[in-house]
Unconditional design. Structure first.
Length: 314
């Protein structure tokens, strides 16, 4: 025998908003965010589909928003012949820059080496500076910290000429040292890590000193593990900024052999004009942007955690 029970009706408190109306109001509030997301996704989508379109479809008017005949000729066209003038065939991305070792991949190697080295060295230097400022009774450390904050208010373009003269006098033009060394100091990273370290009890540092640990060991084995979320958050900013850096490499790079991806894309865009080359340019842009997307997705959780635990309030 089955006993049926009536479900109690939902009581609506006078003056309150029903759940259905609250849900619709929340959806309307999120609508501008969806529109903003679309404006950011559409250019990336257009880059992807153009990279896989044939030349005949790229030059067609009106353009198509879905590739009708997807192809990889933008990367490498087996039917292209440099001795034949065929408007429907252009050299693919991997068939250009033959005068450079590894071709287009040479620029990717330069970007990976430079961005990785700057990120690692900048985070190490900033963590050392933040540790000294926060956990050591250094005379004048407040003045030093204020000077670091003051440097954040100076546009980096104002230091472009002095930095170039220093790099030129040191003989670092067109070299990895010219890329990396001037980019190691990061005032914002120091500021961020200082805020994070202020939430770490001094008792941990004092306990390590009582146990006989030296300052270098305390920094490496005590402070660095605690800074891991903040370092992961800052690594995204530093890595993406250096990966997309264009102006400084453009100034110090004299040969294609040392160009990074943004400089190579600029030279590719200026050297090959016309709609028939747009597929090659979009293919290069796609390869240049994919590592940044993957890197952000891998470190997104650490980025959110580092921001939440840093003590920075909006």
């Amino acid at each position: 025998m089955t006993v049926q029970t009536e479900r109690p009706a939902l009581r609506v408190v006078p003056g309150s908003t029903p759940p259905a109306r609250r849900g619709s109001r929340a959806r309307r509030a999120r609508a501008p965010l969806y529109l903003l997301a679309i404006t950011m996704i559409v250019p990336f989508y257009w880059m992807v589909i153009t990279a896989f379109k044939p030349v005949s479809e790229i030059t067609r008017n009106p353009p198509s928003f879905v590739p009708e005949s997807p192809t990889t000729v933008g990367f490498s066209d087996p039917g292209w012949d440099p001795a034949t003038d065929n408007p429907g065939r252009v050299a693919g991305l991997f068939q250009r820059f033959t005068e450079v070792d590894l071709g287009f991949w040479r620029f990717a190697v330069n970007s990976v080496v430079v961005a990785t080295a700057i990120t690692v060295l900048a985070l190490l230097a900033a963590s050392l500076a933040a540790y000294v400022i926060t956990k050591h009774a250094v005379r004048g450390r407040r003045v030093i910290f204020l000077m670091i904050l003051g440097s954040m208010m100076i546009p980096w373009q104002a230091t472009l000429v002095p930095n170039y003269l220093v790099v030129r006098n040191l003989g670092w033009i067109d070299s990895y040292l010219g890329y990396i060394v001037p980019a190691i100091p990061k005032a914002f990273v120091v500021f961020f890590l200082v805020q994070y370290l202020q939430s770490i009890p001094n008792d941990l540092i004092e306990a390590a000193r009582i146990d006989g640990a030296g300052e270098w060991r305390i920094w490496w084995q005590v402070v660095m593990p605690l800074l891991r979320p903040a370092l992961a958050a800052m690594s995204i900013f530093v890595m993406l900024g250096e990966w997309n850096n264009f102006l400084w490499p453009l100034i110090i790079v004299e040969s294609d052999q040392m160009a990074n991806l943004p400089v190579a894309l600029a030279r590719l865009n200026s050297a090959f004009t016309g709609a028939q080359h747009m597929g090659v340019i979009m293919a290069a842009s796609l390869l240049a942007s994919l590592p940044t997307v993957v890197f952000f997705l891998l470190f997104q959780k650490h980025f959110t955690r580092g921001i939440a635990m840093s003590g920075l309030k909006g």
